[in-house]
Write a protein that binds this ligand. Structure first.
Ligand code: FAD
Length: 377
């Protein structure tokens, strides 16, 4: 869920807004080959991958509107190289694979996804994360940084990575979903009936469905009657802000400062608000974010904040996502806890699940992301 005023909905066309909430189609297929539960970016990307893999009929159901969870409030940055030295190498590789998949969707999906190219410039202390530079990264001197970002309070070197990307996450969800055969919103999955280690039927607020395969992409793991899952999870709140349009131009994302987006707006965030689960925007956090930026880059003084919002990252204790078969259930999969990188990882997650459903074999790329890493399962 996103609280406050996010920029992303305002940028959508009326058509894109309508795609986010189609309601229940008259011809809802109640016996699909694939049922995807959850219309965040991960569920939508999974439904797309299953469709592209020719797995048969695909139905996507969402309890609210598409993108109403964490996805609609995310920054939408797709920057694998910023995770080098921060996340495990296998996950960074999955992120690189996923950025390539995003580019492929932009080229091949009927209306694309609204992908925007973006460079990333890491300043101190962010650049300290690299033991060695990511491939393709350039080391910049203080003078070179100064030429790219004039007016910084502290001069220092930087690391520049070109050719990363970002999306308006709601636009990406809207355009991806528009190419799917069957999407239902306002349909909450309430329970499942198991028989012989398989899901036989799924109970929803729009009646019963009997899919051949089910994927749960519900942000945090699903809590449903009939499905005994005990996977530790929670949420990590984060605040975001964007300014009014400005004449300032950053070279893409400058970490840890801000990102230049449409019309010269500056985007800042997200914060890590550990222990705050309240569904409110906290003005003092927004003020602290702004104070930090204006101390580091005083040229922003006088610019007004136009949008401020908060959303909640689904997370597991080790901050890695789950991409796995539901333990003990032959025809059900789940993906959850995408934490800070669910937008980036969505296409790779969908492709891995589609491959797994097709072959019956766990793809090697997602081997480290099973639920068996949690002792309580
Ligand atoms: C401030 C902030 C900034 C971020 N920035 C980035 C970024 O720049 N790049 C990046 O890659 N990631 C970013 N993220 C992380 C990203 O937002 C999440 O990892 C991602 O959105 C998770 O997507 P999801 O589809 O798994 O979950 P969600 O978007 O939460 O979607 C799950 C959906 O499932 C639905 N659902 C749940 N239960 C049911 C049910 N029983 N029946 C039907 N529907 C159900 C929910 O309504 C919801 O719409 C950011 C997050 C925050 C908070």
């Amino acid at each position: 869920m996103t609280v406050g005023l996010a920029l992303w909905p305002e940028q959508l066309s009326d058509q894109e807004r309508a795609w986010l909430d189609p309601g229940v189609p008259e011809n809802l297929d109640r016996n699909p080959d694939i049922l995807v539960v959850g219309g965040g970016i991960v569920g939508v990307a999974t439904a797309v991958a299953c469709t592209q893999s020719g797995l048969g009929s695909v139905v996507l159901v969402e309890g609210d509107r598409l993108g109403s969870g964490a996805s609609g409030g995310a920054a939408g940055q797709l920057i694998p190289e910023a995770h080098v030295g921060v996340d495990p190498p296998f996950l960074v590789d999955l992120m690189r694979f996923s950025l390539a998949a995003w580019r492929n969707l932009e080229r091949t999906w009927p209306r694309g996804v609204g992908l925007i190219a973006l460079d990333w410039l890491g300043l101190e202390p962010t650049m300290a994360q690299f033991e060695s530079l990511p491939s393709g990264a350039e080391q910049l001197s203080s003078d070179q940084v100064d030429a790219l970002v004039p007016g910084l309070s502290h001069r220092g070197p930087g690391v520049l990575v070109r050719d990363q990307a970002r999306v308006n996450p709601l636009r990406a969800i809207a355009r991806l979903s528009a190419g799917l055969a069957c999407v239902a919103t306002g349909v909450r999955v309430q329970g499942v009936s198991l028989e012989g280690g398989r899901v036989r039927s799924v109970q929803t607020s729009a009646g019963q469905l009997s899919p051949r395969h089910v994927v749960f992409a519900t942000g945090t793991p699903p809590r449903l009657s009939g499905l005994q899952l005990n996977i530790p999870s929670g949420e990590v709140k984060g605040h975001m802000l964007t300014t009014e349009p400005t004449n300032l131009r950053l070279p893409g994302t400058v970490a840890p400062l801000a990102t230049s987006i449409d019309d010269g707006r500056l985007m800042i965030g997200g914060t890590l608000d550990i222990g705050d689960s309240e569904r409110v925007v906290r003005p003092e956090i927004i003020a602290a974010m702004w104070a930090e930026l204006s101390a580091a880059w005083p040229v922003v003084n006088g610019i007004r904040i136009a949008h401020q919002w908060a959303c909640f990252r689904p997370a597991h204790p080790d901050r890695l996502p789950v991409i796995d078969r539901v333990p003990g259930v032959g025809n059900a999969w789940l993906t959850s806890g995408h934490y800070k990188t669910g937008i980036l990882l969505a296409p790779a997650t969908g492709i891995a699940l589609a491959e797994w459903i097709r072959s019956g074999i766990r793809p090697a790329r997602v081997e480290g992301l099973g639920v068996d890493r949690f002792a309580t399962v």
